[in-house]
Design a protein around this ligand. Structure first.
Ligand SMILES: Cc1cc2nc3c(=O)[nH]c(=O)nc-3n(C[C@H](O)[C@H](O)[C@H](O)COP(=O)(O)O)c2cc1C
Length: 614
């Protein structure tokens, strides 16, 4: 049995009795991350760089790629995860987490594991860093040893995530270093360019299957499709908000190609957007990479312990393909990007300006995050600084897939996937109108184009037809609710289904307007709160309160379900408050207000309530 490493690492090298480092003999630290929008991945990469700068080996892996069978053997482990949903782990952590919480695991199964954890979250959410905290608790209950205090990064902190990340990184590196073999050479300063982790090989020198080279020709006629994805033809891509309305919201109808299996309501559609050709060309020119753009290459790892990350292709590719389909040129530069530019810059004036950014998170916020400045725009301000081919793959963040709730029931629209997509458009203080990467890509797609998509399983599940269901979906949150309602109507459960939909005005953003009357005719209760059409603003939660008797009967007496979906931070909380009011003695129920609040909370915890927010 391995003795736990103690916090005071001094004795490790000088102790007369137990040399824990010898007992552990780890070759490297393993860093596992779970990230949804890229922040945890960025933090994990910075952590790996900090160890590599100390000439230590670090293995960086997404939790989604990790084999749990290895976990008990990780002598030195770093865990980094964000929190999403209502305190849920990001999807990349779910597989690992489900296996970790299996009953019957011995309480000492992780006794050889020494770990440090950093959670990313936001204190404006009720369950701050909950996924990270649950993970830490489970590690402890399985016998793992925390080598240092955990770090909980809060986006709302004055210095954002940095505030807790930097001290956590410092203490983690200090706690882990004594156990990792490495040369006594001084660490690489943060301003020095580290040797590249990944390189490009001529495919004829590598052992990849050369017949796969044909991909570069195929790419011209076929859509880019990650492995295992379905193909679909766009049958409709139509703006449904009024032309003079501030937001472009689209109904997108995708016809699946080939034989496709039924998907349940509440399923989610993943799309893989692409960077525009203009932006890619600009990037290539600015960095003097035009000549390299179309050479066929294979990516290799220069570090034996580090695999190529899953967002990069394993077969032959080109730099242009990588910049178009795999790397994100639109993501506003994070601190790590400024660190890279500082390492790459040879110009004193630019170095000074970059140092200002690195010293003050507010400067980065004002310059990059708030105005959503793109990488190409940033490089235009640092003309002397170029990103060389050798480091492109490390400097640029992965291009993320985007997920949309499917708005259609497969039963009602066989072979089709319908989406309701709000285009992300910003008015920034740079006075340049700006669109999100996925939005500009979607807006550019004419009907009859073929694209790739993946259908992911739901997180909310309808009960049997005789159990009442209350659906609450203001704005584009109505998308999954339309799918649920369509399914319930087809199952003959219309009379026990109510939908509460909210929009700003019946004349501007009243989605699926022509359908609601048809559903009402089948017996479904469909109520709409157009918040700006009346002098007194009315929201979905007001309609719920008006229907207190029905809500009380359906929830308390008949054991009904409630699903909430929408894009606001406050809305789900206010809806839950309204539900609690309805079933309390203040509304139409018999529970004391406090007990009613507890009842609703318990309902959501036990799966009779569900929430999808973004
Ligand atoms: C839809 C959504 C739900 C979230 N829910 C929580 C939460 O319940 N608790 C929390 O601490 N942070 C929550 N967050 C904040 C994220 O954890 C935070 O933005 C983090 O930096 C994201 O890291 P990632 O990009 O690696 O996923 C939420 C963020 C979003 C977008």
């Amino acid at each position: 049995m391995t003795a736990p490493i103690r916090e005071d690492a001094d004795h490790v090298h000088h102790g007369d009795h137990v040399d824990y480092a010898d007992e552990l003999a780890p070759q490297h630290v393993v860093i596992l991350y779970a990230s949804e929008t890229g922040n945890a991945q960025d933090v994990a990469e910075r952590t790996a760089r900090a160890f590599r700068a100390q000439h230590r080996e670090a293995v960086l892996l997404s939790m989604a790629e990790y084999d749990i069978a290895d976990l008990p053997h990780e002598a030195l482990l770093i865990l980094i995860t964000s929190t999403h949903g209502r305190g849920d782990p990001p999807p990349a952590m779910r597989g690992l987490w489900e296996k970790m919480i299996r009953a019957g695991l011995p309480g000492d199964i992780l006794e050889d594991v020494h770990y440090s954890i950093f959670g990313l979250g936001d204190t404006s959410y009720e369950r701050f860093c909950y996924a990270g905290k649950m993970l830490a608790r489970r590690m402890d209950s399985l016998g793992a040893h925390a080598l240092t205090e955990p770090g909980w990064g809060d986006e709302r902190a004055p210095d954002g995530l940095e505030q807790d990340f930097l001290p956590w990184l410092e203490r983690t590196v200090a706690a882990f270093l004594p156990y990792l073999p490495g040369p006594s050479t001084p660490p690489l300063p943060n301003t020095a360019l580290p040797p590249p982790i990944y390189g490009f090989e001529d495919p004829s020198d590598s052992d990849v299957d050369l017949s796969r080279l044909a991909i570069s020709d195929k790419a011209a006629v076929e859509p880019f499709a990650p492995e295992g994805w379905l193909k679909a033809t766009i049958r409709r891509n139509k703006r449904v908000t009024k032309d003079d309305w501030w937001q472009d919201v689209r109904e997108v109808d995708l016809e699946l190609q080939g034989r496709v299996a039924n998907y349940p309501p509440g399923s989610v559609c993943s799309l893989h957007p692409r960077c525009s050709d203009e932006e890619v060309d600009e990037f290539l020119e600015m960095n003097g990479l035009v000549e390299e753009a179309d050479k066929v290459v294979v990516i290799k790892s220069n570090l034996p312990e580090q695999d190529i990350p899953p967002h990069l292709p394993s077969g032959p590719t080109t730099l242009r393909t990588l910049l178009t389909h795999h790397l994100d040129l639109r993501q506003p530069p994070r601190k790590s990007m400024f660190e890279w530019l500082r390492r790459l810059s040879a110009d004193e004036r630019e170095q000074e300006r970059l140092d200002e950014f690195l010293d003050d998170p507010d400067e980065i916020h004002d310059y990059a995050s708030r105005p959503k400045r793109t990488i190409v725009e940033t490089l235009a301000d640092f003309r002397e600084t170029k990103i060389p081919l050798s480091h492109v793959l490390e400097v640029l963040a992965p291009l993320r897939r985007r997920q949309f709730s499917i708005a259609s029931s497969f039963e009602a629209h066989p072979g089709h996937v319908q989406l309701l997509v709000a285009m992300v458009e910003y008015k920034t203080n740079l006075s340049i109108p700006r669109r999100g990467l996925c939005s500009s890509w979607l807006q550019s797609l004419p009907e009859d184009t073929t694209i790739a998509l993946e259908i992911l399983p739901p997180t909310l599940f309808l009960p049997k037809p005789d159990v009442p269901v209350i659906l609450v979906g203001p704005g584009t949150g109505v998308a999954p609710m339309r799918a649920f309602l369509e399914d319930r109507v087809r199952d003959g459960a219309a009379k026990d289904t109510a939908l509460y939909f909210g929009c700003r005005s019946l004349s501007s953003d009243y989605y699926y307007a022509s359908e609601w009357d048809e559903h009402r005719a089948t017996g479904a209760r469909v109520r709409v709160a157009p918040s700006r059409d009346r002098p007194n603003k009315v929201y979905v939660q007001h309609l719920l309160r008006e229907d207190a008797a029905l809500i009380n009967e359906w929830i308390v007496k008949r054991g009904g379900y409630v699903f909430i979906s929408g894009s606001s931070n406050a809305m789900p909380r206010e809806v839950r408050e309204a539900l609690a009011w309805c079933i309390s003695t203040d509304g139409a129920g018999s529970l004391e207000p406090e007990a009613a609040t507890e009842y609703i909370a318990e309902m959501f915890d036990s799966g009779r309530g569900g929430e999808e927010s973004w």
